[in-house]
Design a protein around this ligand. Structure first.
Ligand SMILES: [Zn+2]
Length: 253
């Protein structure tokens, strides 16, 4: 395509040709953008999908002098916003296109209720403890639920219980599918909080599962790398049959 255009430029001259070339170039740009649309850079306000190279990178640590900086604060705000928008219980910075070691986890009370008592019992799903007034400084104004957020910058994880549980797991970066994934029962994680202060957390049950899932993202791993492969399913498979395949999947929530 590029060679063809150069030849065309050489063979044309005069004002008529200049106008022609100008409209041709516009057409060329329009055509190119169809296949390679210009998008605003990260942090994205949507979740990147598998295939995005950022999801397979080993993310870098946040430099200590950058803790509590405006840039990191902005990344945390976008992460929090995306997590709320997608009604997700865990997210990592690579999922919004930022290859930095930052994870965020939240299980608010209303989501615990959505899981239902049976799932909560077998999967050990409990509300993440409320930390009083810790996020107002970051202007997190969404008060739909109590703030139960756990933020870890440069997290380090230690397994505390090597017994594994096998439960269905999904990921916003693998939209619409889920699979059974084995995870350790208990972990301890430590790192830096949203304001750069040291923080740590002993997570068990479902919370431990989320920590392991998000930690994997920081090393470019997806749950599909360790899943029970035959359990992989499209979550809406029954609905797809019922609607004769006429289902649209949106990637912005
Ligand atoms: Zn994920």
């Amino acid at each position: 395509m590029f060679r063809y255009i150069k030849i065309l430029n050489k063979s044309l001259s005069g004002s008529t040709s200049v106008r022609y070339l100008s409209s041709f170039e516009k057409f060329q740009r329009w055509y190119r953008d169809l296949w390679d649309p210009k998008v605003p850079g990260p942090p994205f306000k949507h979740v990147c999908q598998v295939g995005d190279p950022t999801l397979r990178l080993k993310s870098s640590e946040v430099a200590l002098e950058e803790l509590n900086s405006e840039r990191i604060k902005n990344i945390l705000l976008v992460l929090r916003g995306v997590m709320k928008h997608y009604k997700s219980i865990g997210i990592s910075a690579p999922q919004i296109g930022i290859p930095l070691r930052i994870i965020m986890i939240e299980i608010p009370d209303y989501m615990v209720k959505q899981f239902g008592p049976e799932a909560c019992k077998t999967r050990e799903i409990v509300e993440i403890p409320f930390k009083v007034g810790r996020l107002e400084k970051l202007n997190f104004t969404n008060n739909l639920a109590k703030i139960c957020l756990q933020v870890f910058i440069n997290p380090e994880m230690q397994v505390k219980d090597f017994k594994k549980t096998l439960f269905p797991e999904g990921c916003e970066s693998l939209k619409g599918i889920s699979a059974l994934v084995p995870r350790y029962k208990a972990v301890h994680v430590k790192g830096y909080d949203y304001d750069g202060s040291p923080t740590e957390w002993a997570a068990t049950g479902w919370a431990a599962r989320i920590v392991q899932h998000e930690m994997d993202h920081l090393d470019g791993q997806m749950y599909t790398d360790i899943m029970e492969s035959k359990s992989l399913q499209v979550d809406l498979w029954k609905t797809i049959n019922a609607h004769k395949g006429n289902i649209l999947v949106k990637y912005n929530k």
